[in-house]
Design a binder for this molecule. Structure first.
Ligand code: RIB
Length: 303
């Protein structure tokens, strides 16, 4: 079994379905309510575990009820959460999520304890990094901590994967530490300075990233390496809620790369995991098991 280390955020997601997003100053009624585990870091960690990797997670929760519940949920997924720190006197990260009837979402984050994640939190995952093939990062914790994590992961011999979400300006020193940059279209444009994903990806390669995989939602994904550029189409599904699809995509990519799959196969594996996540409400509950991803891959290749 391959091993993946995830350093990132842990949130409680509070989800309401809406007919449309509210206007500024407007109060409007939504439909139903659900609450469940979230956070790009924790979602990617859980997705990696469901896709067949041994996972160690590092990050922070508050000493509140959400923190206790989230930590116990992560442990029940079979993950090693020993490096996760419980921070006294601060709230656990919370995401307020509105999901439209088309399945698109808008998210407001209160980072809470995620904002306290620091180099010492990364240090507690250093031993796990020595056994891992891949280390996976996002930007819902301080960027300085992500940089420490990337450096530690490189020292430990891991392949590093960065999901630069939510979009944020990044220092140039980060890119040579990133073996696989996996932005979505918007993040690629912000970071690479072009609305054309291939151009933006080339710019990130010039800055030092090893390769770039841009997720394009219903248009699939585009991968750009120093030798070639290729596209992988999206798997067609009935979309209920896209929340967490990006997390599943990056987790699938990370697990497949950890298993030694070539980039094209790894992007397809991620695309299948992402597509399946769109078929149910919520970020965490919809993350697929490995068997479902393999079924989707084999039924598409049979077509
Ligand atoms: O990527 C989806 C996640 O983004 C949600 O679970 C929410 O917590 C936010 O972090």
């Amino acid at each position: 079994m391959v091993k993946v280390v995830v350093v990132g955020s842990i949130n409680m997601d509070l989800i309401v379905r809406v007919s449309r997003l509210p206007r500024l100053g407007e109060t409007m009624s939504g439909e139903g309510f659900s609450m469940g585990g979230g956070g790009k870091g924790a979602n990617q960690a859980v997705a990696c575990a469901r896709l067949g990797a041994r996972v160690t997670m590092a990050g922070c929760v508050g000493d509140d009820d959400f923190g206790k519940r989230l930590l116990s949920d992560l442990v029940s997924e079979g993950m090693d959460c020993a490096p996760v720190r419980v921070c006294p006197g601060v709230n656990t990260g919370v995401a307020l999520i509105a999901v439209t009837k088309e399945g698109e979402n808008a998210i407001i984050l209160s980072p809470g304890a995620n904002a306290l994640a620091c180099g010492e939190d990364v240090e507690r995952a250093a031993t796990a990094m020595k056994e891992a093939q891949v280390a996976l990062f996002q930007l819902e914790i301080p960027i300085a901590t992500v940089i420490v994590g990337l450096k530690k992961a490189k020292e430990a011999g891991c392949l590093t994967v960065l999901d630069p979400a939510p979009a944020a300006p990044l220092p140039d020193e980060i890119w040579p530490l990133v073996d696989v940059a996996a932005p979505n279209e918007i993040e690629a444009a912000d970071l690479g300075g072009s609305d054309e994903p291939a151009q933006a990806a080339l710019r990130l390669l010039e800055k030092g990233a090893g390769c770039v995989v841009v997720s394009l939602g219903s248009k699939g994904a585009l991968a750009v390496t120093r030798d070639r550029t290729f596209s992988v189409p999206a798997f067609p599904v009935e979309v209920v809620d896209t929340t967490g699809a990006g997390d599943a995509f990056r987790a699938g990519l990370a697990v497949a790369l950890a298993e030694g799959k070539v980039l094209e196969e790894a992007v397809k594996f991620g695309a299948a995991a992402g597509a399946l996540t769109c078929t149910a409400l919520g970020a965490r509950s919809s993350l697929p098991q490995r068997s479902a991803v393999l079924r989707m891959l084999s039924s598409s290749s049979a077509r």
